[in-house]
Ligand binder design. Sequence first.
Ligand SMILES: C[S@@+](CC[C@H](N)C(=O)[O-])C[C@H]1O[C@@H](n2cnc3c(N)ncnc32)[C@H](O)[C@@H]1O
Length: 289
Amino acid sequence: MSNANSSISEALAYIVFDSSQEPSLIQVESLAKRCGFAIVSPADIADGKVSDKAAAIMFNDGLWRVHLDNGAAIVSVDFSEPRFYARLNNAGLHREYVVRAVLGRKKMTQPLTVLDATAGFGHDACLLAAAGCDVTMVEQIPLLACLLEQAVQQASDVSTNDLLLSAGERMKVVEADSLLLMQQWSDPRPDVIYLDPMYAHPEAESKRGLKKTAAVKKNMAFLQRLTDPSNGEKPTGVSDGQGLIEAALSLATRKVVVKRAPGAEWLGGIKPASSLTGKATRFDVYPLT
Ligand SMILES: C[S@@+](CC[C@H](N)C(=O)[O-])C[C@H]1O[C@@H](n2cnc3c(N)ncnc32)[C@H](O)[C@@H]1O
């Protein structure tokens, strides 16, 4: 079983459809079409028709998850995951650098509208939503956008937890190239635009200064695998940093915030008005008012 244009043995990832279980073939086909991956059956896997190196996208316990390296690592977006949830459900939420950089010191009477133009796994966006912002997450990789939608839906519709429910209600996902989206924007302008772009070379990713927990390493390895073509072309997940910051500075009404590594160059070479620097990350702040 396969509906992909490329052969399944060469694919980066494939979607497993088990006709004896949810979800239906129609739902699986719609995910496969959106993400551009083939559908395979458990029998295809047992017959060795798929490469060990490809990621397997599987539905278990009500969620799509990505199984890497024959299930040795599993990647998903789940805001109720205990380590991440502990950061949300914590008096320290307002001391998170991303929250401090975006909210600033002024007391807001209205929730800030935030455009997270490089949503990734949605962690920063969820921290901001839990802190009271209305966040639009923009992600260009279809599979990641699907996983984000699933996580938001799980938080806002399925969760019985008030904190996750209210954060979920304040987040929405848009699958798009945020550079084009910002350049062609026609809705009310966002108060704040947040950027956390990837570095052009995988080896420079460590410069983003993220704490190298096993979870962060696994997520970044997955992103690199999804975005870094083996044919030597420019990785699709690499952003035009200069374009993104220029578009963001033209669109936001209050400020632009950029996440960098402590020693990294300013995005697009544009000097921020101030920076919040922690051990592992720096948040450059560009006020517009
Ligand atoms: C480093 S990750 C962001 C991590 C995120 N801050 C978090 O908390 O999980 C960068 C993400 O931005 C996405 N991205 C980069 N440029 C983009 C663009 N122009 N439009 C949409 N998404 C983009 C990449 O696909 C990648 O998923």
